[in-house]
Design a protein around this ligand. Structure first.
Ligand code: FE2
Ligand code: FE2
Length: 808
């Protein structure tokens, strides 16, 4: 019998680094890392006693394995994916990854047989190898295109270095006839690939295991250059891409942000992962880097476009590819929809450039992503959306193309329904199985559990437009409930005729004394389980409440000031939702917490806090230029400090003052990450706007003066809200008039003013516009109130406010 020691493989020591996060992890494990591999150590040793950071006392808190370990390459091939760089009838491409120690990379292949004896007559082909430097280190990618294969034939192959091999897996060449086949199409996978997308892609595989390929319409990952996310993308699919080829086009999330060091200007380009991970045809326009191409498969021309870049030059190329197309069917895929399913995300440039070509050359089907909802049209031609009556069902004589937006991952947006949409869904993960069989194309969309959700059939007719027959299953439409607004109630007004809106939830608890500021953490998976974090300077506590108003956590912080939050911030190799609050006693500090997604509680991650200069309030800012994280502290007398938060070698955040802003006594502040601006409210002057990058001017612009628009001062809490039209509103609490002013910052022109019943001398406010489940399906406004002793936080559904303002 093998001893446990023998069963555990000798350690694979990452070559490049034994420092930083990896080392920290091993230290935390409190074991000699040479003794065991990671998996073995963590699964076989039993309840591990972890050494604490000071290594003096121990506890049993599990430690997250850093991504650099989970996704480290080894000499054993992984991330194996079949694609086609050339003709699918006679070629097959395959790509895989290893660590950089691998010098020899080959594919062995043979015609598949019923038993194992194919190994006696294999052929081999050497790979072309390239290194890729990622945020987790160096790796090598190897690719081979096998050619001269026999059409419609099952092959067996493996990849490796002659010693470390993959398993033998199958692929099948395409037929050189227009034989029937199916393929699976998915929209954005993008987020939580391991935890959430995996079940969808596996359900799709179990429903269509013989699909010729899996087609991705962009946003495969969320962060283009995150090697861990690419690792999750492969993990989620398991062996599927080793036997089912992948066809994909890039989304906006496959674009790397590149900042010009001198000018600070940010440009975007396709991530280097793309060309390493995939081998797509190089028949696109020059410089398209395998993101624009066409491929014929059994009677269908598939055209992949890159809607992120150079859309005009692609139109010229597209016309040539459509003109010279002998195939019976034409399917086009790209990321940004021709018919967007979310308001404010219209892509009219694409529609005007590409759709006339789809019409002219009778493209049958266009497959898009990007909008994180589902929407499928009838037959549409350029401009027809303006006069399509709703409810075209059954058959249609209209010429045009069917357009689909779909989503396969868990990130969900609100739907903007239009009359020409034949079937829509919100909050639903879907995959689509499309079968082409002679003159018939059959389309079925299924939800993550395999439930049929949409269907239609297109039929080719001699000299006539395609016939579209709707085949929508009985499954009820999945859309969010309408906001619960008491419409009939007359709007109350105060003496100045300002609408007074009644809140629907009051957050307080016996310990509460003055809940001065707050922030909201949205649980993206189940928004109804989101929490509100209040900072109480008199109780010396942070309070966490659920959306039912129940206090779920109370943490001690000495005289906390303003509390703010950012999602998906890097911390010790993973991404966390970071909560920051300034502390005003026991030393001026910045305190940092993460939100535990399971318990929805705050967990301190700051080793006691980061020292700052004198502070009063402040806000977080995350640069869109280079992803750096900052906190702006406001103060009673000495302007604002911009503090850069960066991770140290031991994986914790440290703070460094990088700039001083000249501004008077201030408390409330809010940053616009996208536009690189920070707004600071001073009690006596108004609201100042500053450039938020550390290289920006230290002087601000007074964009809102006390006295304007009936603003009396002092100004306290500020909140920023914006929609996809890029219209940004700043909401300001005007204590002098006990009202809230809503002012357009960028785009938009109307100003609004409202008050909340029983909200007096309000300090902190927050506006959230996403869905927060059945109680707050369209967001809410939260504000502190000095009206009674406990200083509650009052929560008001946004539709109630919009209704009172007459803008709903
Ligand atoms: Fe997306
Ligand atoms: Fe997108």
């Amino acid at each position: 019998m093998l001893s446990i020691k023998r069963m555990i493989a000798p350690p694979t020591i990452p070559r490049d680094v034994f420092e930083g996060k990896r080392m920290t992890y091993w230290k935390k494990c409190g074991i000699a890392f040479l003794a065991f591999t990671l998996n073995a150590a963590c699964t076989l040793v039993g309840p591990t006693t972890w050494a604490h950071d000071d290594e003096n006392h121990t506890h049993e808190t599990p430690v997250k394995v850093p991504a650099g370990i989970t996704y480290a390459p080894t000499a054993v091939p992984d991330r194996i994916v079949l694609t086609w760089a050339e003709d699918p009838t006679t070629t097959q491409s395959v790509t895989w990854r290893t660590d950089t120690s691998v010098e020899t990379a080959i594919v062995e292949f043979a015609t598949a047989e019923d038993g194992p004896l194919f190994v006696n007559h294999t052929q081999e082909k050497a790979a072309k190898s390239e290194t890729l430097e990622t945020n987790l280190g160096l790796a090598k990618y190897h690719s081979v295109t096998l050619s001269g294969l026999v059409p419609n034939t099952k092959y067996v192959y493996r990849v490796g270095d002659g010693v470390n091999w993959s398993e033998w897996a199958h692929f099948i060449t395409a037929s050189d006839q227009a034989d029937p086949f199916s393929f699976v199409y998915v929209g954005d996978a993008q987020n939580d690939l391991k935890s959430h997308w995996s079940r969808l892609v596996r359900q799709a595989y179990s429903d269509a295991p013989r699909a010729a390929f899996l087609l991705h319409a962009g946003d495969l990952v969320n962060r283009a250059d995150s090697d861990a996310e690419w690792g999750e993308w492969f993990y989620a699919q398991g062996f599927i891409p080793r036997s089912t080829p992948c066809v994909a086009v890039p989304g906006n999330h496959e674009q790397s942000k590149i900042a010009n060091e001198e000018t600070g200007e940010v440009t975007r380009r396709l991530t280097n992962h793309w060309e390493r991970v995939f081998e797509f045809p190089s028949n696109g326009p020059e410089s398209s880097r395998e993101s624009v191409y066409w491929m014929d498969y059994q009677g269908v021309r598939f055209i992949g476009l890159d809607s992120n870049n150079d859309v005009e030059s692609q139109a010229v190329w597209l016309e040539k590819v459509l003109q010279d197309n002998p195939q019976n069917w034409t399917v086009v895929t790209f990321h940004h929809p021709i018919y967007s399913s979310k308001r404010g995300r219209d892509n009219s440039e694409l529609r005007d450039l590409w759709q006339p070509l789809f019409d002219k050359y009778k493209v049958d089907l266009v497959l898009n992503g990007h909008d994180h909802t589902y929407a499928r049209t009838g037959l549409m031609a350029h401009g027809s959306e303006k006069n399509v009556p709703s409810g075209i069902r059954a058959q249609s004589e209209i010429a045009g193309t069917v357009y689909v937006v779909s989503v396969s991952g868990p990130k969900m947006y609100e739907l903007g329904r239009e009359p020409y949409m034949q079937r829509v869904a919100e909050d639903t993960q879907l995959y689509q199985i499309i079968t082409v069989d002679g003159d018939e194309l059959r389309y079925v969309a299924r939800t993550a559990v395999g439930r049929p959700y949409d269907g239609f059939t297109l039929t080719k007719r001699e000299g006539k437009p395609n016939q579209l027959v709707e085949n929508v299953p009985d499954t009820p439409e999945r859309v969010r409930p309408e906001a619960d607004v008491a419409e009939a109630e007359p709007v109350k007004r105060n003496a100045d005729q300002v609408p007074v809106v009644t809140s629907s939830l009051r957050l307080t608890n016996p310990e509460a004394k003055d809940q001065d500021d707050l922030c909201v953490w949205r649980d993206k998976q189940s928004p109804e389980h989101s929490v509100i974090i209040a900072s109480d300077k008199s109780a010396n506590r942070l309070f966490v409440y659920d959306l039912e108003g129940k206090l779920t956590q109370s943490i001690e912080v000495s005289k906390p000031g303003n509390v703010d939050l950012r999602y998906d911030v890097p911390f010790q190799g993973e991404q966390i939702d970071l909560v920051a609050v300034n502390q005003r006693e026991d030393g001026f500090k910045l305190r940092l917490f993460r939100v535990d997604h399971e318990t929805r509680e705050l967990v301190a991650i700051d080793q006691g806090g980061i020292a700052t200069g004198p502070n009063y309030g402040g806000c977080l800012y995350r640069s869109a230029v280079d992803d750096r994280l900052y906190f702006f502290t406001t103060s009673k007398e000495d302007g604002c400090e911009q503090i850069e938060l960066s991770e140290t070698v031991n994986g914790f955040y440290t703070g460094k003052k990088v700039r001083h802003l000249d501004v008077g006594m201030s408390e409330g502040a809010v940053a616009d990450d996208q536009l690189g601006l920070v707004y600071v409210a001073t009690e006596t002057e108004g609201v100042w706007r500053f450039e938020a990058e550390p290289t920006g001017q230290p002087e601000g612009t007074l964009i809102l003066q006390i006295g304007d628009n009936g603003i009396q001062g002092d100004l306290e809490g500020v909140a920023l809200s914006y929609d996809d039209n890029q219209i940004r509103y700043l909401t300001v609490s005007d204590q002098g008039s006990n009202t809230f002013h809503v002012l357009p910052m960028v785009g938009g022109s109307s100003t609004y003013r409202f008050s909340i019943e029983n909200a007096e001398e309000t300090d902190g406010i927050e506006v959230v516009t996403d869905s927060f489940g059945p109680k707050f399906p369209k967001g809410f406004f939260a504000c502190h109130s000095h009206h009674d002793e406990s200083c509650p936080i009052l929560i008001t559904p946004l539709p109630s406010i919009l209704n009172a303002l007459g803008t709903n």
